[in-house]
Design a binder for this molecule. Sequence first.
Ligand code: KG4
Ligand code: ZN
Length: 364
Amino acid sequence: MTNPVTVLGLESSCDDTAAAVVRGVPGDMQVVSSVVFGQSDLHADFGGVVPEIAARAHAERLDVSVAGALEQAGLCLSDIDAIAATCGPGLIGGVVAGVMTAKGLSAATGKPLYGINHLAGHALTPRLSDGIPYPYLMLLVSGGHCQFLLTHGPDRFTRLGGTIDDAPGEAFDKVARLTGLGQPGGPAIEVAARQGDPARFAFPRPLAGKPGCDLSFSGLKTAVLRARDDIVADKGGLTAQDQADLAAAFQAAVTDSLAGKARRALDLYLDLGPDVSTMCVAGGVAANMTIRAALETVCADFGTAFNAPPLSLCTDNAAMIAAAAIEQMPHRAPDGMDLSARPRMPLDTRSAAMLGSGKKGAKA
Ligand code: KG4
Ligand code: ZN
């Protein structure tokens, strides 16, 4: 057993500027403090995250976040044992701002610096929230990512599959926009869907018949767009019931897709013969109660435990970055001042790059 350490974490890879202090040992950690500055208000007029605006906001708020996290913890920099920061993947301006802040803090204090893969932060969250033993199956479902990961250890992941186009959160946001519901789309669709009839539209479950654990949400989004256009052409607009039915049918399609591929991922995971088997979810979409319930049912069928960390640890935060550093410290050396920020940074470098991963290589 290693001695407990206190780590200051920074997160700035998308549209949340965050700092947190976490203390503990691998598998037994406490969040001492956590500060998250969201940027949704800054991007609201643009229909998506604007990288330049995000980068500027991160640069302006990182030091305030660090001061806030230290104050909330009742600590000063000299009480911290190490500095951790997301070094990719993400919007490069924001990642650079976080890495440079962490380098400055490390250089000024002499404390070791750890660059952390943002996806490892999400994937290792069940270690922070509940000390879930390795190996576990992780379904990471957020606005930017969707992957099934065998999590063997703090720096060993096997990607079983993931989206070949949009992330599910991105699809929730787009569908909410095109049906006239609010942003962020996930919660708006979830609320509207409660009054809707999921059977009114037969939306596709893309890739359902294909072997493997890959997912696709882009065609589903187009199907919702067509259904909306048909209603508008017919009636001149959408009623609240139309919105609710579209939301319910879309949510049902996403839920079925995730649950169906979760069954395949569980088969592969259980082949490892874990002593204790757990399927975990993380990411903003893990907040969706219909999706959670469906995944829980799948896990019950397989005799596997289901774990969903609290939402504050599912959405982007810096506690997961500090916790990932505590998990990884016994297995790796700190980074030097040559640590670079990377827009693309796959967690599992051995598996083939996802389809649609772009000319510059695998994103994640
Ligand atoms: O993990 P997150 O905070 O940020 C990323 O790293 O992307 O996830 C944000 C995404 C948004 O797309 C949002 O619409 C979605 O999570 N989301 C939901 C729900 N709450 C948030 N999707 C479905 N149902 C929800 N209740
Ligand atoms: Zn994230």
